[in-house]
Design a protein around this ligand. Structure first.
Ligand SMILES: [Zn+2]
Length: 188
């Protein structure tokens, strides 16, 4: 899941235009960004399953993707956003960052711990939608379709008649960006 998280960011941008788009795109992927940083140290890893294609992966991200770790990262992002852009932006950015964990909970096979480092060895969480390619693709396609639609509508509504062409262009760029991300998800 890569494109689906960005779909959430595009949808949220349409409802909170005052928050910079880049900050929503970064916060929706914050957990994975920190995961990639930690994976260079070997602290977190991922392992392909079978042919390693779309959805065929186990992720051992016991810090960034633990429930508590995700909450801490989301609260940090919220605090930073609140400092720069105010309380509402803080709440929105925090929620967008945590939405990553919720979506991952739906799609991951059980590999998400409750506490960092899987302390206490509680059962790992994950509803395992990735076991079904069509269901995973459908969820992700729906997320980017809703995100692209809401963003397109917001771009049109927030532009005057003179800037209509620009609004349509930015709506199209967002739709193409989300589709490319979905292509990357499926083909990478
Ligand atoms: Zn993730």
């Amino acid at each position: 899941m890569f494109a689906g998280h960005f779909g959430v960011a595009a949808a949220v941008k349409s409802k909170t235009p005052q928050i910079p788009l880049w900050s929503l795109l970064v916060s929706t992927q914050l957990l994975d960004l920190v995961f990639f940083a930690l994976s260079t140290t070997g602290l977190e890893t991922m392992e392909p399953l079978g042919d390693g294609g779309y959805t065929q992966v186990m992720i051992y991200a016991f810090y960034t993707h633990s429930l508590l770790g995700a909450l801490v990262l989301s609260i940090l992002a919220a605090g930073l956003a609140a400092f720069f852009w105010g309380k509402i932006a803080g709440l929105v950015i925090g929620a967008v960052a945590f939405s990553h964990w919720i979506l991952d909970l739906i799609v991951h096979r059980p590999d998400l711990p409750i506490l960092p480092g899987n302390a206490g060895e509680f059962p790992l969480l994950g509803l395992g939608l990735w076991n079904s390619f069509p269901a995973s693709f459908l969820l992700e396609f729906l997320l980017i379709t809703i995100g692209a639609f809401l963003y397109f509508r917001y771009a049109l509504r927030s532009s005057g008649p003179k800037r209509r062409a620009r609004a349509i262009t930015s709506g199209c760029i967002m739709a193409v960006f989300l589709l490319l991300c979905l292509g990357f998800d499926v083909l990478a």
